[in-house]
Structures are given as C-alpha cells and as structure tokens.
Design a protein around this ligand. Structure first.
Ligand code: COA
Ligand code: AMP
Length: 643
C-alpha cells in the first residue's frame, strides 16, 4: 500500500507529472498538456493550456453519469425549521435557469457578481450559476457591515449583486437588504441590477428598475449550458484581511481549484462519491467555498448546508443531531465551535441521544486547535480529530493528516505534515532555513500548488509585496511556527497584525483605522487577547486628544458602535480602555506584541528599544481594568513570538 511518504516523494520527484495525473479526475473540455507554466507577470500558473467549466464538474457531469437522483445538497436549517434534499438533477436545473437569467441581463464571462447571502441553497446555486457562465463571483460574509460590502463593490466592480432579504441569527434577524442598499449608496461602483431572494422571515423593499425578485427574474429565462473557460480563468474573488484596512481580493484559478479540491476530498477527507460531507462554516469564508460548495460537489458528495450554530439552535447537541440524522462521514468545523459545545455540555450528555456510527473523521481548522479541545472532542466522539492548516490564499490544506492515504499518528497541537505540493520551510528573519525545533516564519517554497491564488484582484503589486518580497523564492504565509524531528508542523502565532476571532480572520489594523477616526481619539492600538471561547478577541487601548475629559465609558461605547457599523458584528469588538500613552520603541513603533503578552499573562522581556519602560505598568493596569490576564479555561499559552 502507498503511504503518505511515498505519495509526498512521488510529488516531489515529478510535481508536474503528479498534478497532471490528478487532473485526470476532472472532465476537461481541452485537457491540460502542460501542468505548470509562468504567466506574463512571472507568476507560476497551473493548467493554462486547458479549458474547462467548474459547474459542469460540480453538477452536470454527475447527472450525465446517471447519478442525477443522488442528493447534492442537504439544507438543514434549525433557525427556519427546514430540511430540504436537493438532487444533482434539481441543482442542475436551478443553476442553469439562474445562469440563464444572469446571461439574459447581460452577464458574460469575466463579469463580476457579488453574492451577499446567508446559508440558503440559493447561495450555492448563485455561485454555481456564475461558474456556469464564467462570471467571477465574490461572496461577502453576512456579518460584515455595509461599509465593508461597499469596499468590496468598489474593488471588484460587479455588474450585479445577488442577495437575500435577510439572514437569521439565533437571537435576531439580520437585515441584509437595508445593508445592501446602504452599501450601494456608499460605493462609487453601482451594480446594474440586483436579484433579491425574498425570505419568508422578512420581505425587502425593492428599488424600482434596479432590484428584481429572484424567482420573477428567472420566469422567462432559458436554462443555459456551461461555458468553457481557460484553466487560469478566475473562478472567484474572496476578500480576506491583511495588515491594512483594505481587504485583499484573493483570486482563485479555475483549473487548479478543480484538481486540488478533488484530490483533497479523497486523500485528506477520505470521502468517495455518494458519501455525506459536512463543513460547518459559512459560504462567506474560504471553507464555505472549498468545502461546502465546490470540493464535495466536484467529488460527487452530498454536502450539508447548515443554517444554524453549534449551540443555541436549539442546544449544544446540534452537531450530533445533524451528523446522525444525515449520516455524515467526514465532519469539519472550527475549534471555537467545539469550545462552545464543550462549555455548554462539558460531559457530552447531549451526545448520548445520537448515533454517530456513520461518522469516521472530524477535521478542525481556521485557528489554532488547542490540545484540550482536540482531546475533549476525541474522547467524546471516539473518532480521530484531525487538525489541518490552511488559508484563504491556498483554499486547501498546506498541512494535514491525509486520512484517505494513511492516518498518521495524531499529535495534539500539530496540524501534522505538509501535503503534496507544499514544501514548507521555517525561516529566520534573514530568510535562512532553521533546523527542526526552531521557531520562525513559516514559508512555502515556490511554486505554490494548484488552487493557490496567483494574484490579488486589482493589486498585483500588493500580491508581490505582501507575500513574495520578504523571502525571495518563497511564499510568506504570515504564520510563525516550527517543525519537529518527525516532520510535524506546529502553527504558533501570526507574524503580522491579523487576529483570529471565533475562526474569523480579522485585521487589527482595520479596527485601529476605525477607532482612530473617533474625534476624541489621538492614537490607538488594537491587540488580539487570548479568549477561552473565541480563541482571540480584539482589545483596544487608546489615548484621547488634549483637553478631552469625557467619561471613558461613553467613548468606549461610541467606539464599539463605530466598529460594529463600519466593520460589522463579526469583529466581536467590545473592549477598549484609555491609556495616557502607548508603549513604543524609540523609533515610534507601537509594541503590540508586548501588550499581547501582558494581556495573556505571559512572561515577556522589556524590549531594549522601548522609549519609556514605565508605560508598560500603565498598560498592565489598563488591561487589568478589563480583567486581563483572564483565566484560560481551554487555551494553552502560545509560544512567544517577538515582533
Ligand atoms: N450574518 C450576520 N451576522 C452574523 C453572522 C452572519 N452570517 N455570523 C455571525 N454574525 C454576528 C452574530 O449575530 C454576532 O452579532 P451580535 O454581536 O449582534 O450578537 C456577531 O456576529 C458575532 O458572532 P459569532 O462570531 O457567531 O459569535 P457568537 O458569540 O454569536 O457565537 C460561536 C460564538 C463560537 C458559537 C460562533 O462564533 C461559531 O459558531 N463559530 C464557528 C466559527 C466558524 O465556523 N468559522 C468558520 C471558519 S472554519
Ligand atoms: P483564513 O484565511 O481566514 O482561513 O485564515 C487563515 C489563518 O488562520 C492562518 O494563516 C492561520 O493564522 C489561521 N489558521 C488556520 N488554520 C489553522 C490551524 N489549523 N492552526 C493554526 N492556525 C490556523
């Protein structure tokens, strides 16, 4: 039997041949002859000489193969009390009809379409309909504010927006349509038209001449066939947080996505066509793109579209109910979700009501999987709990435990080993490779494998500057960590200002930009403090302008509201405290990493370059007023990474 080592060596010895072989799992219109090539920007690309269609591979080919009656999507929505099974045949006709309506209104290959929808089947239909006609979709997560949506509209200049009237959170209805209207008002780029899915829970007011009812717009539309696109054609743009307030539009190449996701379904998640796969995430994140929509459908799996939460819809047994009711074989969630379940039902009492016998594997990603959570999940479910590490930029695992090839021994705290396609190096600041056991920046030797991004939308220079400049010949992941003597990788921290809040990637720089806009604020710093439920939580320290003597609690509530209004509730920003001064180096750099250590109660060295060490006492007192350091129930302290 071929094990992980053989497969990895097979790739390493002949990467091109390896990926061309994996490409045979895809239905190409023009099959690729060359795997890897370089484009005019000097960037490596995969399958540039091929033509293909993603929707064909995710939907139509399964119908053609006689599997049209198989369930493609199970929509399980405890918040609307709905369970719906959608077959591949049904999905094909819904997708072809919506694609027809878009084509009828002038959307063609290469046009951008923004999708702003909650977890409803129409969101997947919308993504696939775009893919069907070669339109480039950009899904925006519902927890973002109108301002964030406007930024994305202006960056990708969509001809159309596909949206729903509302989303449903356990405690409230999210008014998508007013947020969309506000975003269009704010944006310079106005879409030509919007299709609005009117949900029972809230009917939106449509703007005459611009907005059309989702189903009315499709009444006269003819279903359309799949349009061939080049292997390098952008399948989608997905915005993700970087160091600044401007999100980066990660561009996903079509051919690479098909090949890599298809490989990952079988070799990492160990599912075969017909098996039920569930990624409990949201279509607004990369997990939703790769493993709610494209990956499982390309592989002929049934995908679960869950509109609910791990707890509160109705209780902490929700995961176990869905797994047992739909016979999920492979399950993927974020550690924060398990922490929420564990907190609500530490002894796993609710689990006893359900039969998990169909479940074989549990996968975790999105943030560091703390060993306590991994061990709890393993003990309660009795299944292997596999941590794996990846990013929006890559769309699939850089490091994982390839259960479809061979389940390697699990070491809690490690996402296991590099996947074929990725040669990982731990580098020091000068870009020198560090030996096993040393902590450093995690970089990936170029070229990146299929499906990884090849540019940032509208900002190729940003792609090069943000990812390729620091370590020539490598992609800089922005994560820091180490590799042990067995070749296992450990992800310890970010090297930039990105934080991870409940598995959601956020930029502290973006939050700082909002806070700095408050008329009373002179300067500020936002740090990610360890949180027992969400992994990290943003905390702001700010200095007020000379002469401001307002009650700090008033200022704090205004700051909280500003962040909600401009970034969105997903930032979970609730904590801020005034300080007289921020700790800085003599050259004026704010010592955020030192403040994080104070907040987390970790030992730290007073930086030699600090301007005035006495400020650290003030910061310690300010953070103590917010209750930091807090008792860490579930998290272990991260390794010390200096900034
Ligand atoms: N649309 C609109 N608003 C949303 C939203 C969405 N899709 N998702 C979250 N929000 C809002 C919530 O309503 C909440 O708003 P509030 O402050 O008005 O209450 C806010 O954003 C924060 O939400 P959330 O991060 O879900 O925190 P929570 O405290 O409500 O729940 C968890 C905590 C752990 C249960 C929840 O974060 C969770 O399920 N996490 C899983 C994360 C995940 O799957 N990540 C994907 C990466 S793999
Ligand atoms: P996103 O692009 O939103 O998927 O976020 C990617 C970032 O989340 C990574 O760069 C890491 O910082 C973090 N991350 C994702 N998966 C893991 C993991 N398994 N362990 C540690 N950190 C992770």
């Amino acid at each position: 039997m071929t094990g992980y080592k053989e497969v990895y060596e097979d790739w390493r010895n002949a990467p091109n041949a390896f990926w061309l072989r994996q490409a045979e799992a895809i239905d190409w219109i023009q099959p690729p002859k060359t795997g890897l090539s370089k484009n005019s920007d000097g960037v490596h690309e995969w399958f540039a000489d091929a033509t293909v269609n993603t929707c064909w591979n995710a939907v139509d080919r399964h119908v053609e193969a006689g599997n049209g009656n198989r369930t493609a999507i199970i929509y399980d929505s405890p918040v609307t009390d709905t369970i719906e099974h959608i077959s591949f045949t049904d999905l094909q006709s819904r997708t072809a009809r919506l694609a027809g309506a878009l084509a009828q209104r002038g959307i063609t290959k290469g046009d951008r379409v923004v999708i702003y929808m909650p977890m409803v089947p129409e969101a997947l239909v919308a993504m696939l309909a775009c893919a069907r006609i070669g339109a480039i979709h950009s899904v925006v997560f519902g927890g973002f504010a109108a301002n964030e949506l406007a930024t994305r509209l202006d960056d990708c200049t969509p001809k159309a927006v596909l949206a729903a009237s509302c989303g449903i959170e356990p405690t409230h209805v999210v008014h998508y349509k007013p947020l969309l209207d506000q975003a269009i008002e704010l944006a310079i780029c106005k879409p030509e038209f919007c299709l609005i899915l009117q949900r029972e829970q809230e009917r939106a007011t449509l703007v005459e001449g611009r907005d059309f009812d989702w189903f009315d717009a499709q009444k006269d539309a003819e279903p359309v066939a799949c349009v061939p696109v080049e292997g390098t054609h952008p399948a989608y743009i997905l915005y993700t947080s970087g160091t600044t307030g401007n999100p980066k539009g990660v561009v996903r190449p079509t051919g690479g996505q098909l090949v890599a996701l298809s490989w990952s379904m079988r070799n990492i998640y160990n599912v075969q066509p017909g098996d039920v796969f569930w990624a409990a995430s949201d279509v607004g994140w990369v997990v939703g793109h790769s493993y709610i929509c494209y990956g499982p459908l390309i592989n002929g799996n049934t995908t679960i579209l869950y509109e609910g939460k791990p707890i509160g819809t109705p209780d902490a047994g929700a995961f176990w109910r869905v797994i047992s009711e739909h016979k999920v074989k492979s399950f993927f969630t974020a550690p924060t979700a398990f922490r929420a379940v564990k907190r609500a039902d530490p002894r796993g009492e609710l689990l006893k009501d359900y039969d998990l016998s169909a479940l074989e594997l549990v996968f975790l990603a999105g943030e560091r999987a703390d060993p306590a959570t991994v061990e709890w999940a393993e003990e309660k479910t009795g299944k292997p709990v596999i941590d794996h590490w990846w990013q929006t930029e890559t769309s699939w695992s850089i490091a994982a435990n390839p259960a479809g090839i061979e389940l390697l021994p699990i070491k809690p705290g490690s996402p296991t080993v590099p996947m074929p396609g990725y040669e990982i190096a731990i580098l020091d600041e000068a870009g020198q490779i560090l030996p096993p056991g040393s902590l450093g920046a995690i970089a990936i030797k170029l070229p990146l494998p299929p499906s990884c991004f090849t540019t940032v939308w509208n900002a190729h220079e940003r792609f090069e500057k943000s990812y390729l400049e620091s370590f020539p010949g490598y992609y800089e992941t922005g994560d820091a960590g180490m590799i042990d003597d067995d070749g296992y990788l450990y992800i310890m921290a970010r090297t930039d200002d990105v934080i991870n809040v409940a598995g959601h990637r956020l930029s502290t720089g973006a939050i700082e930009e909002v806070i700095a806009d408050h008329p009373d604020v002179a300067e500020c710093a936002v740090i990610g403090a360890a949180d027992a439920l969400k992994g990290q939580i943003p905390v702001a320290l700010y200095c007020v302008n000379e002469g401001v003597s307002r009650d700090p609690s008033e200022v704090v509530s205004e700051l909280v509201q500003m962040v909600r209004d401009r970034i969105g509730p997903v930032a979970a920003f609730r904590q801020a405290t005034p300080v007289d001064r921020l700790p800085k180096t003599r050259s004026g750099k704010i010592l955020r990493a030192t403040m994080v250590k104070i907040a987390d109660g970790q030992p730290f060295k007073v930086p030699a370059t600090i301007d005035d060490p006495a400020i650290l006492d003030e910061v310690t007192a300010a953070l103590a007023s917010l209750g930091y350091p807090r008792l860490q129930e579930a998290l272990e302290p991260d390794a010390a990474i200096s900034s």
